[in-house]
Design a protein around this ligand. Structure first.
Ligand SMILES: Cc1cc2nc3c(=O)[nH]c(=O)nc-3n(C[C@H](O)[C@H](O)[C@H](O)COP(=O)(O)OP(=O)(O)OC[C@H]3O[C@@H](n4cnc5c(N)ncnc54)[C@H](O)[C@@H]3O)c2cc1C
Ligand SMILES: *[C@@H]1O[C@H](CO)[C@@H](O)[C@H](O)[C@H]1NC(C)=O
Length: 532
């Protein structure tokens, strides 16, 4: 019987895990190596070992009504896309509201997690922590790993011949904090992910020239969607997801391409992804205009570096290069776990439902938020925790190994259909389908048809409106009474931060005011008829 749970990390995933444990009557203890909660979203000027590091100007790329925790809407006056300090504020509010802080041991890092000698029988873990130089080992019935996926930089230096001879400054995006020290410099940024492009658009107003080198192209979204609404409110909808799932991939690919190129022509800019539906989506409204005005120049892959220059694969050369920024992403790192449990550079499919390591004798170890959904990570993490805690308690079961294998093959097929490629994107997942999958395992998924009969207005909003996290609290275990209300009032919270200058809207003309016009037209028609 699982009772005590060790949670590693007090970022938003760790907090969600604590809450999920409490909802299931488990006893969580959360260990956090740094001196505060918030993980990635707590900005500091120093880079901390083992904790993700962000830049001062980071703004979320998913909007508040989509990304908030499922039973805790954001304050209505919060902007729709949050600067990192605002999201950190929200994390604090969440922790305080549900009284989660008392379960957290700050300045305590987990240095080892080992199977108990009787593991195959009891599924217990020996968790060794270190605090102020003092080491301590405790037994836990289950462990939830919430350490994030952005702490260990992936450099891929082998793809950059000659980088060691380059005499300018080289930094990983993890070390980038503010646009200081770049005035008048020639800067090369390698990697066209969200971070690389954020840094490029920030530096291009300071640097003499920014070059952005990319291997494969991307589809570029902007935060600003149709009618000025957050873009994700438009495309994260159940109705669209259904259509996309039943349509042949070629058709949905064509539609996506058309949609993206209506925004701006990716072919013309030579940044279209090759043949794929979705690669890493990019959310950056500035990029196209910066390319248009020449302050960012898109380049192909690097061929080699010399002491002062860079040569690209197309033969072009940039001389007098000052700074190279590697925005090449991150890799998994679980230094506290033995390789037999999870291989060190494991990027491939070795987790069932992307949560439980395959082949483990007892499913008492869960990995939370090691996934890249096309949608908010936090919402996925929260549901994963609810799924895992109920699994710990035996309220739902894993299939047998053969069943797992079949299921994983099916998921892989689906993934290929969606993400048509290629290397190392096992973590990429269709957001809504993945949520639904977990939700149905733990009995919180909605019976949409029934909902249309019992509560048609709500059903309409669930299917055709934005797919927000509240939908995961409408029914089943962990049901939240405020969920329906939160869905009904979502548009108020979206509009509220924009109403800082309220303009009196013209009152709608009522029918009476049209009477003179109707009379005029009537008389005219009458006159015409008489003449005829
Ligand atoms: C630049 C950037 C922007 C992003 N923007 C978005 C976005 O807009 N929307 C979105 O959905 N996602 C975004 N993400 C993804 C991000 O992963 C999630 O937003 C979310 O922060 C993940 O939270 P987490 O709690 O899993 O990890 P983290 O926030 O990284 O927290 C992990 C915590 O674990 C602690 N820890 C690590 N190792 C140990 C140990 N051994 N012992 C004890 N404690 C330990 C760390 O100190 C840290 O506090 C972004 C990521 C990056 C890098
Ligand atoms: C938001 O940014 C993170 C970090 O770069 C990325 O992993 C994620 O895919 C982005 N989300 C969307 C919806 O683009």
């Amino acid at each position: 019987m699982v009772k005590t749970v060790a949670i590693i990390g007090a970022g938003i995933s760790g907090l969600g895990a604590i809450k999920a444990c409490l909802e299931e009557g488990l006893e969580p203890t959360c260990f956090e190596r740094s001196d505060d909660i918030g993980g990635l979203w707590r900005f500091t000027d120093e880079v901390e070992d083992g904790r993700a590091s962000i830049y001062k100007s980071l703004v979320t790329n998913v909007s508040k009504e989509i990304m908030c925790q499922s039973d805790f809407p954001m304050p209505e006056d919060f902007p729709n896309f949050l600067p990192n300090h605002k999201y950190f504020e929200y994390i604090r509010l969440y922790a305080e509201n549900f009284n989660l802080v008392k379960y957290i041991k700050l300045k305590t890092s987990v240095c080892q997690v080992e199977k108990h000698t009787d593991f195959p029988v009891n599924g217990q873990w020996l968790v060794t922590t270190e605090s102020n130089g003092v080491k301590k080992t405790d037994i836990f019935d289950a462990v939830m790993v919430c350490t994030g996926q952005h702490a260990k930089p992936a450099l891929y230096l082998e793809n950059l011949p000659g980088i060691n001879t380059f005499r300018g400054r080289i930094l990983h995006c993890r070390e980038y904090k503010r646009p200081i020290g770049f005035d008048g410099k020639q800067v090369l940024i390698i990697g066209m992910g969200n971070t690389g492009v954020d840094i490029a658009t920030e530096l291009c107003t300071k640097a003499s020239q920014v070059y952005l080198s990319c291997k494969t192209g991307v589809w570029v979204f902007g935060r600003l969607g149709k009618g000025g609404l957050p873009f994700d409110l438009g495309f994260l909808r159940r109705s669209l997801n259904w259509i996309n799932n039943i349509m042949p991939p070629t058709v949905s690919r064509w539609m996506l391409k058309k949609d993206m190129n209506d925004h701006f022509n990716h072919d013309l800019y030579n940044i279209q992804p090759e043949g794929t539906v979705w690669r890493e989506p990019l959310v950056n409204e500035e990029l196209p205009s910066r390319i248009l005005s020449g302050s960012i120049m898109i380049k192909p892959q690097v061929k080699k570096f010399t002491e002062t220059s860079v040569h690209f694969e197309d033969g072009s050369v940039v001389e007098n290069l000052d700074i190279v920024i590697l925005a090449t992403g991150y890799e998994y790192s679980f230094p506290f776990l033995d390789e037999s449990i999870i291989k060190k550079d494991e990027n491939k499919g070795s987790f069932y439902k992307k949560i439980i390591p395959l082949g483990i004798e007892k499913p008492t170890l869960a990995f939370i938020a090691f996934i890249l959904p096309i949608g908010p990570t936090m919402v996925v993490a929260e549901l994963q925790s609810r799924w895992a805690t109920r699994l710990f308690k035996g309220l739902h079961k894993l299939p047998d190994p053969e069943g797992m294998r079949i299921e994983m093959l099916r998921d892989e097929e689906r993934r290929k259909k969606w993400f048509a490629t290629s290397e190392n994107n096992f973590r990429r997942t269709n957001y809504i389908s993945y949520l639904d999958d977990l939700a149905s395992d733990i009995g919180v998924s909605l019976n949409i048809w029934k909902l249309f009969l019992t509560d048609p207005v709500l059903a309409w909003k669930v299917v055709f409106g934005p797919c927000n996290s509240y939908q995961l609290r409408l029914t089943g275990p962990g049901k939240w009474d405020g969920a329906r209300e939160a869905i009904m009032t979502q548009w108020d919270r979206i509009a509220k931060p924009l109403s800082t200058r309220v303009v009196k809207k013209k009152t709608k003309a009522n029918l009476l005011s049209y009477i003179p016009w109707i009379l005029c037209v009537g008389i005219l028609l009458f006159a015409v008829c008489l003449k005829g």
